[in-house]
Write a protein that binds this ligand. Structure first.
Ligand code: SAM
Ligand code: SF4
Ligand code: SF4
Length: 377
């Protein structure tokens, strides 16, 4: 009689001739030292970008002399899909493509197609999403939708064209990004979210124009506090506009009501536009604030990140990552890689944002963090 491995489970099919199939036993997702279960994976597909947002890839650092990752270090689509599948078998149910700018990676829709084919144990659905600067989304939306992408987040820091160009620092017109958002909508993508990073001296005056533009359209703007990611963006607390302040700016024109989170580990605080009775009117939609600095959500953080050179990082502010690309290229099996990720996650204690205010500027400056453009948001 065949011996059954402990990691296998049986599936019997009904009918006159029942058959027994062996399938890998669904594993429960690893839990870290602070009780957080692995659930999301952000995948950076490139460290390159066609924008030079000052808070992410300032031109002075990421100029002509900057050495981006050599091609052979970048994970192939096959390697990314293999890694994503391993994470899904470990309990991940949300995959988000990011960068750098994911749309500048040639043929990224082919990767989307590979990811949409991944199945979780027990056929639980896996969400596939993308975060993009939207610069070429007008050209790419059709192919992405055809490949199976349904959810998209577009980064847009202003409605005013002059401010928008100042923020992206490559003179990219806002109209192109707005056209990209429309193209995504025309392809039936839903939900569409808009990410706006607010820096006090740059675009605090754009909060209301962004809200006015998207209110009632079904598209949700989310305002993100400027973070001290990486080592190059000249972060200071004076430039951070707290989410509470963003909400009070919006409330002066549009009454809002606080909404419950839609899922555990949701990073954005949700606020709905109120009707004349003070109740949320879903037709008017909602806004969000992501208060990573003033209200850190480390205790709920269920995300791992995969860099474009195949390192797994467990925090946006991490200094080291675990190289799964190397394991793959050295011939490791899926089970061996799974075991590594499991033990890496199980030892996780990261909670940088909760500790930030207790760190002196000198300690913060000495910590050599990874760059946002390398790991994605
Ligand atoms: N290029 C794509 C984009 O801009 O959406 C994907 C990568 S980008 C690194 C992901 C997200 O990080 C964007 O929403 C961006 O606005 C956000 N981001 C980058 N630098 C940031 C910073 N210093 N503070 C807060 N958010 C930041
Ligand atoms: Fe590029 Fe996105 Fe960074 Fe802006 S935030 S420089 S679009 S990677
Ligand atoms: Fe997660 Fe690190 Fe951000 Fe905290 S600081 S929410 S642990 S990524």
């Amino acid at each position: 009689m065949a011996r059954m491995s402990e990691s296998m489970t049986t599936v019997e099919t009904a009918g006159d001739n029942p058959t027994i199939t062996l399938r890998p036993k669904p594993r429960s997702a690893p839990i870290d030292k602070l009780g957080r279960k692995l659930h999301d994976l952000r995948i950076s597909v490139t460290d390159r970008c066609n924008f030079r947002c000052k808070y992410c890839m300032p031109k002075e650092i990421f100029g002509a002399a900057y050495k981006f990752m050599p091609r052979e270090m970048v994970m192939s689509f096959e390697e990314i899909a293999r890694a994503a599948n391993i994470f899904v078998q470990l309990g991940v149910r949300k995959l988000r493509l990011t960068g750098g700018e994911p749309l500048v990676r040639k043929g990224v829709e082919e990767l989307v197609e590979r990811l949409t084919a991944i199945r979780a144990p027990n056929d639980e659905p896996v969400d596939i999403a993308m975060t993009t600067n939207g610069s070429i989304l007008d050209k790419k939306a059709k192919a992405l939708a055809k490949a199976g992408l349904k959810r998209i987040t577009v980064h847009l820091d202003a409605i005013d064209d002059t401010i928008f160009k100042f923020m992206n620092d490559v003179d990219w017109p806002v109209a192109k990004v707005l056209a990209g958002i429309e193209a995504a909508r025309a392809e039936g993508m839903h939900p569409i979210k808009v990410n706006t990073v607010i820096k006090r001296s740059n675009n605090v005056g754009e909060i209301l124009p962004v809200v006015r533009h998207f209110r009632g359209t079904g598209i949700t703007p989310r305002f993100i506090e400027f973070m001290d990611v990486g080592n190059t963006n000249g972060w200071s607390m004076e430039e951070v506009v707290p989410g509470d302040e963003v909400i009070s700016i919006i409330q002066k024109e549009f009454p809002l009501v606080r909404l419950d989170p839609t899922s555990a580990g949701e990073t954005a605080q949700r606020w709905g536009f109120a009707d004349s009775n003070g109740n949320w009117d879903p037709k008017l939609g909602e806004v969000g604030v992501i208060c990573s600095v003033t209200h850190p959500f480390c205790s709920q953080c269920n995300r791992a990140r995969l860099s474009s050179d195949g390192r797994v990082y467990l925090c946006l502010f991490a200094t080291t990552g675990y190289d799964v690309r190397m394991m793959m290229r050295q011939g490791a099996s899926d089970e061996e890689i799974k075991a590594k990720i499991e033990s890496f996650w199980s030892a996780r204690t990261d909670r940088y944002s909760e500790l930030r205010s207790s760190l002196t500027p000198e300690i913060r400056a000495r910590r050599h963090k990874i760059e946002m453009s390398y790991i994605g948001g």
